[in-house]
Write a protein that binds this ligand. Structure first.
Ligand code: ZN
Length: 108
């Protein structure tokens, strides 16, 4: 959360923003981030920053794996990442572990 906020603050500074009014995040289902915990942390880390009082929108993205054998992507139903076509275990996690800052809204 801290590093995401830093990215947001840098962007806001580049735009000469006086305030950040909203942040839009995307977190992976596997990132280990609990939405409620993130919302709480957000209030704490944004205190006394440009982002104080900003609204927070969080999109959760499902886990997506890639099977080399079938050359296809799939969403594993369990954490073992077994390809539904061939049964091979995938070690390539395409999505599900990220925490990205999608966009911010600012006031200048
Ligand atoms: Zn496969």
């Amino acid at each position: 959360m801290q590093s995401t906020l830093e990215i947001a603050l840098e962007r806001a500074a580049r735009e000469h923003a006086r305030r950040i009014t909203a942040l839009h995040l995307r977190i992976g289902a596997l990132s280990g981030v609990v939405k409620e915990a993130l919302e709480f942390a957000f209030d704490v880390v944004t205190a006394d920053t440009l982002a104080q009082g900003a609204s927070l929108t969080i999109d959760t993205v499902p886990v997506v794996c890639y099977c080399q054998k079938c050359q296809s992507e799939f969403q594993p139903p369990d954490p073992f990442y077994e390809c539904p076509n061939c049964g091979q275990l995938s070690h390539q996690l395409l999505r599900g572990n990220e925490m990205d800052l999608l966009s911010i809204e600012i006031q200048t």
